[in-house]
Write a protein that binds this ligand. Structure first.
Ligand code: HEM
Length: 450
């Protein structure tokens, strides 16, 4: 069989970086149109990576039996300023596996389900200040809710003053990288120069230091408390032990808290803002989802989470607008043949969620929001994969979907909202993520809860 050559992008490296920072989706659409399903690119600095999105290639690469991919922590160094050097995202091999095993249980199974009532209550609290006729930005509302969930459900911060303090710090800090231009201090390492407290990078690292101090104080406090009296995720992590009986160090706990905040707050918030947009943009979707919710005698979190149409709405939201467009980089441990293309051992690979989700052969008319796709067909983990795959697959994926459904259900059952956008909303970069440009303007029509 003749071996086919994989194309390299002809655009200069620097331009690729600029384009993928400022207009990542347009950049990827152009690449797929000009180069097909496999191409070498330099979207993140000097590192040349193979961009992969064909389901057959993903299956070959990610199938655990094949043992082709490694997920090196060193390739995620770009995230260090945001999550700390002890985070599982920058950990390798056994260390990464150990941390994952320790952190996984609170986000799965029965433990996680305990948080359902709390998620619904925090959603109610955040929406009750809305007044009929008042306009608001859906993403600001969903960010408020998911931030409160991380701080109260995950970190377990009960004291109001500590909670407000940390929330203000986090909100300001995340805001420093929230537009495509501001995000460039994270994506373009040459801009990471501390030129004093007022320079963009200087400000960024000073806020980060203050957050670190507050997180450390929270950890110390938790270590001193009776463990059995607290059920939040931080308390479970403080009490958890590796197989050899060792516990996580304070620095590991601190950086992983920051990781959970970064990985779990804006991701879910953007997904919820998109879901609210599509639900209110298409009256038939709104009617169907509301009917399904109202068919429940009691809005029990477990029953909400099992609703098929609401689930399909969440899936289609994450399909049409993947919040994370690439997984973390991988490296091939041995050479591999992908549909006739030879890929050498030691090749950096960047699996692209966005391009898979835009495939016409999987999703006819991919620009249309059609939750029914997920009712009529079962997609494989290589066709629909908003949470990545393999050894670094999203740790919070079950939690995120649970959270999304409960927040949407609580909002829709208690409030009648209206979309205040006159033109279709497009995605735009927000830090490492993608979200709805402008955040989705809405208004409250009727508050059913009052
Ligand atoms: C809609 C919401 C979310 C989306 C779309 C999302 C997506 C992703 C993706 C694509 C990855 C990389 C996977 C890979 O490289 O294969 C990831 C990793 C990760 N996510 Fe999420 N995520 C979401 C919510 C959350 C939540 C709520 C948490 C926890 C509170 C979380 C924690 C993590 C962590 C810790 C990792 C790193 C895992 C590792 O390195 O082993 N995510 N996520």
């Amino acid at each position: 069989m003749t071996v086919k050559q994989i194309d390299r992008l002809k655009t200069p490296r620097f331009m690729q970086q600029i384009e993928s920072t400022l207009e990542p989706l347009e950049f990827l659409d152009r690449c797929a149109k000009n180069y097909g399903d496999l191409f070498f690119s330099n979207p993140f600095g000097d590192l040349e990576t193979l961009v992969v999105s064909h389901p057959q290639d993903l299956q070959e690469l990610f199938n655990p039996k094949n043992n082709i991919l490694d997920a090196p922590g060193a390739a995620n160094k770009i995230f260090t300023p945001h999550i700390g050097e002890n985070s599982l995202i920058v950990a390798d091999g056994v260390r990464h596996q150990r941390q994952r095993q320790l952190m996984m249980p609170p986000f799965h199974g029965e433990k996680m389900l305990n948080y359902g009532q709390q998620i619904c209550a925090l959603t109610q609290q955040a929406t009750q200040h809305l007044k009929p006729g008042e306009t608001f930005i859906a993403r600001h509302l969903s960010e408020e809710i998911t931030m409160n969930i991380i701080l109260k459900v995950v970190f377990g911060i009960e004291e109001e003053l500590r909670f407000e303090n940390l929330k203000n710090l986090m909100t300001t800090w995340l805001g420093l990288t929230s537009s495509p231009l501001r995000a460039s201090i994270l994506l373009l390492p040459f801009l990471q120069k501390d030129l004093g407290a007022w320079s963009p990078w200087g400000k960024y690292i000073r806020y980060r230091q203050q957050i670190d101090e507050q997180l450390m104080a929270e950890i110390v406090k938790r270590r001193q408390q009776e463990q059995s009296s607290h059920f939040d995720i931080l308390s479970l992590l403080v009490a958890a032990k590796y197989e050899d009986g060792e516990a996580m160090s304070d620095a590991e706990l601190r950086d992983n808290l920051l990781t959970l905040l970064n990985a779990g707050h804006e991701t879910t918030a953007n997904a919820i803002a998109w879901a609210l947009y599509w639900i209110h943009q298409q009256p038939e979707v709104y009617e169907r989802v509301l009917q399904e919710l109202q068919s429940l005698n009691t809005p029990d979190p477990m029953k909400i989470a099992a609703l098929p149409y609401l689930t399909a709405v969440c899936q289609e939201t994450l399909r049409i607008h993947p919040i994370v467009i690439f997984t973390f980089p991988r490296i091939t441990l041995r050479s591999v043949n992908l549909r006739g293309y030879h890929v050498a051992a030691g090749t950096y690979v960047t699996p692209c969620i966005y391009l898979t989700h835009r495939r016409e052969d999987l999703y006819p008319q991919p620009d249309l929001f059609q939750p029914e796709r997920f009712i009529n067909r079962k997609y494989s983990a290589y066709e629909f994969w908003p949470f990545g795959g393999g050894s670094r697959q999203c740790l919070g994926q079950v939690f995120a979907l649970f959270e999304m459904k409960l927040i949407l259900a609580t909002i829709l059952l208690n409030h009648q909202l209206k979309l205040e956008e006159k033109v279709p909303i497009t995605p735009a970069r927000r830090g490492f993520l993608m979200g709805p440009k402008g955040g989705v303007k809405m208004s409250l029509v009727v508050d059913n809860a009052r």
